[in-house]
Write a protein that binds this ligand. Structure first.
Ligand code: ZN
Length: 268
C-alpha cells in the first residue's frame, strides 16, 4: 500500500470517503465529494483498490508493459489527487482478481483506513449492479468493511453510502432506492481532473462520456418537469444494507428487481 499526501492537501475535516476499483474510477464516482471539498468546510480521502496493470491499451500505450502501466496510472492518479486537493490518497495496489475474489486482507485494510476518519458522513463506492466484475468486488469489499465498523459503533456520523453508476447506468432503479446526485457546477473540475487520465482516455473517451452521461441523466430524469439541473449522476442507496446486519446486497437486488418488474408491468 502507498499512502500519498498531495503537496497542497485539503486539511479540513474528512467527511467524505471514495472507495474505487481503478485509478480513474474515483474521479467518476466521487466527483460530488471532490467538488464539495472546494465549496464546503470539508475534505475527502480517496482509496483505490487495484494496481491497474491489466487495462486495455492503444496508440502510444500499445506496447507498454504491465509494470510500466502501473507506474503510468499511479502518476495519473497522483496528479488527480493534486488537482482535487485530496486530504489523502491510498493506493492499495491489488490485482483485479484479488478484488473480484474479495480477499479478506483487502477488507481489513479498508477497515483500518476508515477507522482513522471518525467524522465520515458520506461514502461513495461502486454500485452492486455494475457490469464490471472488479467494480462489483470493490463494492462488496467496501460494504463488508463499512458494515463491520458500523456494527461496532464506529462511523457514528455516517449518513450516506452511495453505490454510483459507471459500467451500466442506474436510471432504471425504482425511485425508492434511486439517489440523484446533482453535479451541476462540478463540470469544470470534472473535466479538468478526468483529463489527467491520458492512458485511459486514449483507449476510450471516458472524460467526455462521463459528462455527457450526466447531461443525459439531467435531461431525461423527469419527463414532465423542465430541467432544474444540467448534470446528474444516479446512485443506489446502500445505507439500509449497512444498518441491517441481516440484509445483504443479494436481498437488495431482489427488492429492486421486484419493484422494477411491477413498475414495467403496470404500464404494459
Ligand atoms: Zn473501473
Amino acid at each position: 500500500m502507498e499512502v500519498y499526501k498531495p503537496k497542497d492537501s485539503n486539511e479540513k475535516i474528512v467527511k467524505n470517503i471514495v472507495i474505487a476499483a481503478h485509478k480513474d474510477d474515483g474521479e467518476m464516482i466521487g466527483i460530488k465529494a471532490i467538488d464539495d471539498s472546494f465549496k464546503k468546510d470539508e475534505s475527502l480521502v480517496m482509496i483505490i483498490l487495484t494496481n491497474g496493470s491489466g487495462c486495455p491499451r492503444v496508440g502510444e500505450f500499445k506496447s507498454v508493459s504491465d509494470e510500466d502501466m502501473v507506474e503510468i496510472r499511479t502518476a495519473e492518479q497522483k496528479r488527480a489527487a493534486e488537482i482535487g486537493r485530496y486530504n489523502c490518497l491510498y493506493l492499495l495496489e491489488h490485482s483485479s482478481k484479488e478484488v473480484q475474489d474479495m480477499h479478506t486482507n483487502i477488507k481489513n485494510e479498508l477497515v483500518e483506513i476508515l477507522k482513522k476518519y471518525p467524522e465520515i458522513e458520506n461514502i461513495y463506492i461502486h454500485n452492486p449492479f455494475d457490469k464490471h466484475n472488479t467494480h462489483v468486488g470493490a463494492c462488496e469489499l467496501a460494504i463488508a468493511a463499512i458494515k463491520e465498523l458500523y456494527a461496532d459503533g464506529a462511523l457514528k456520523k455516517l449518513s450516506k453510502v452511495l453505490g454510483v453508476e459507471v459500467w451500466r447506468g442506474l436510471d432504471w432503479l425504482p425511485d425508492k432506492y434511486k439517489v440523484t446526485i446533482d453535479t451541476t457546477g462540478a463540470e469544470f473540475i470534472s473535466q479538468n481532473i478526468m483529463s489527467v487520465f491520458v492512458s485511459q482516455n486514449s483507449a476510450k473517451r471516458y472524460d467526455e462520456a462521463i459528462s455527457n452521461r450526466r447531461l443525459a441523466n439531467a435531461t431525461f430524469d423527469a419527463s414532465h418537469e423542465s430541467n432544474i439541473c444540467t448534470s446528474l449522476m444516479y446512485a443506489i442507496d446502500l445505507m439500509g444494507v449497512v444498518q441491517d446486519v441481516n440484509k445483504n446486497l443479494s436481498d437488495l437486488l431482489t427488492e429492486n428487481l421486484d419493484l422494477f418488474e411491477k413498475e414495467l408491468r403496470k404500464n404494459l
